[in-house]
Ligand binder design. Structure first.
Ligand code: DAH
Length: 359
């Protein structure tokens, strides 16, 4: 009778009980099942067993091997669970009085400026509208009195998609849609007042004050008897709210096919105070808000009678405004993803539970 497999099981049982971590079990596996292990040794001994007993002996070895494999798997599972339990117990004991050490998030400076402007314009009765970044030639150009081959298109080269669509070059691309959406206001004797902030794209040579991706905020107001005075009033109110101080502005004539007359509203550079720096190209002024009276062709394209109604439009450079407000000297910071630079404008005390005073 070939007794060795039975003896081996007993030896294994004892050793397995003593193995107290996964490393020790792995050692056992090598010792018993490895290439030079006990089971392999028994296999070799088969050679010396008489032929008629070989089959039975072989079966016994195989059974023992299977038994050891199962035991190892079971023991490993037990140990893994025990280790997990230990880990949970260790992490469950925490000190409630420890301060929470999490990095608080922050708002992007352009988001901060956008939210501020939205609330200023909301308080003046404007609706805030959202518009997609992908548009088409009609909305971006044709409906704005910029026909094909018009030289004004030269300055607004953009990214064209294979679907005959394009990435909008200015927020003015939403004018036609928004005018149509609120046209019924006019019929019921109410003005159209809306702002629509958004991301714009252009083929630009990048430097401290030009980016291929930037933000604007368009605004329109249409009603009976709207004039340039209304435009100037809204622009002045908005800027003094944003900067919380008197801002020096100047109006220059500007050409945009969708307004007549058209203006450039410049503000004195807040970074250099008008002395001249790289952000203002040494001019002391920054183009902040082109604007004008909506061209009759634009109103007609939206189904509004220019004989009855007039309106103004402006395209505020949100990115520019953020540069001015936060004194950021290089436009490239905004798309840099550099959290160290971008997170410093959010008032974190807003999120800080300790700042909540008891009533
Ligand atoms: N869409 C123009 C641009 O990005 C800016 C602009 C000019 C918008 C005059 C207006 C406007 O609404 O009246 O170059």
């Amino acid at each position: 009778m070939f007794e060795k497999p039975e003896e081996l099981k007993k030896i294994f049982d004892e050793k397995a009980k003593a193995a107290e971590d996964t490393g020790a079990v792995e050692q056992l596996r090598i010792e018993f099942l490895g290439k030079k292990g006990f089971i392999q040794g028994l296999m070799q001994e088969l050679r010396n067993i008489p032929n008629e007993k070989k089959k039975e002996a072989g079966q016994k070895i195989n059974e023992t091997k299977q038994f050891i494999e199962e035991q190892i798997a079971r023991r490993l599972e037990e140990l893994k669970k025990a280790e997990e339990r230990k880990l949970i117990e260790a992490t469950e004991s925490y000190d409630e009085s420890m301060p929470v050490n999490v990095d608080l998030g922050s708002y992007h400076p352009i988001t901060l400026v956008r939210c501020e402007l939205e609330s200023i314009f909301l308080s003046m009765g404007f609706a805030v509208e959202d518009y997609s970044e992908i548009t088409d030639d009609y909305n971006c150009f044709e409906a704005l009195n910029i026909p094909k081959h018009h030289p004004a298109r030269d300055m607004q080269d953009t990214y064209y998609l294979s679907t005959n669509q394009l990435l909008k070059t200015h927020t003015s691309a939403a004018q036609n849609t928004i005018l149509r959406k609120y046209k019924s206001n006019l019929e019921s004797g109410n003005p159209i007042r809306a702002i629509f902030p958004g991301r714009c794209f252009r083929n630009e040579k990048i430097d401290a004050c030009h980016e291929n991706t930037f933000f604007q905020m368009e605004g329109i107001m249409v009603d009976k008897d709207i004039s340039i005075s209304n435009l100037i009033y809204f622009m002045k109110t908005m800027l003094s709210e944003v900067f919380q101080k008197d801002i020096t502005v100047r109006l220059r004539p500007g050409f945009f096919p969708f307004v007549e007359p058209g203006f450039e509203l410049d503000i004195q550079c807040l970074i250099c105070g008008g002395e001249g720096c790289s952000s203002c190209k040494d001019s002391g002024w920054l183009e902040l808000c082109p604007c004008g009276m909506i061209h009759p062709n634009v109103l007609t394209a939206a189904g509004i009678d220019p004989e009855q109604y007039t309106g103004f439009a402006f395209g505020l450079g949100l990115t520019r405004l953020a540069m001015m407000k936060y004194e950021v000297g290089d436009i490239r910071v905004f798309n840099s993803g550099n959290l160290k630079s971008l997170s410093q404008f959010t008032d974190k005390s807003f999120f800080d539970p300790d700042s909540i005073k008891e009533a």
